[in-house]
Design a protein around this ligand. Structure first.
Ligand SMILES: [Mg+2]
Length: 127
């Protein structure tokens, strides 16, 4: 079973994302901010990290920078889920080291496909 860490500070968004993924049969571990996300990926080495951008303590952009500087996480795929929708945000997020991007409000069909695509990619898209 593939393990996914979901990092999202908004409780209802976190619950929604976790429920969608659990219904797909994934083992899901929730994190409430970027610091918890970094702790969890170190502890459980998930197959995928689904991460919000705006979070307290450590935001998604700082967290992804740390992840990409750490060789232990070289194979970790990271999907951004964010309300950022301004022109250029998608490019900024992808160039910061995320492997994919899904915007809020979450479309369950698009989200599930993005997760599946990233998990099935034999080579991380980023490299
Ligand atoms: Mg947030």
């Amino acid at each position: 079973m593939e393990t996914i860490v979901v990092a999202e500070d908004d409780p209802s968004s976190r619950e929604l994302v976790c429920e969608i993924l659990e219904a797909q049969g994934y083992h899901v571990v929730a994190a409430c901010n970027g610091r918890e996300a970094l702790d969890q990926i170190e502890k459980i080495a998930p197959d995928l990290l689904v991460m919000d951008i705006q979070m307290p303590l450590i935001g998604g952009l700082v967290a992804i920078e740390r992840i990409r500087q750490d060789a232990r996480f070289a194979k970790l795929r990271v999907l951004a889920v964010t309300a950022h929708a301004m022109a250029g945000d998608r490019e900024r997020i992808l160039s910061s080291g995320f492997d994919g991007y899904v915007s809020k409000p979450i479309d369950a069909v698009i989200f599930k496909k993005s997760v599946r695509d990233l998990l099935q990619a034999r080579i991380p898209l980023r490299n």
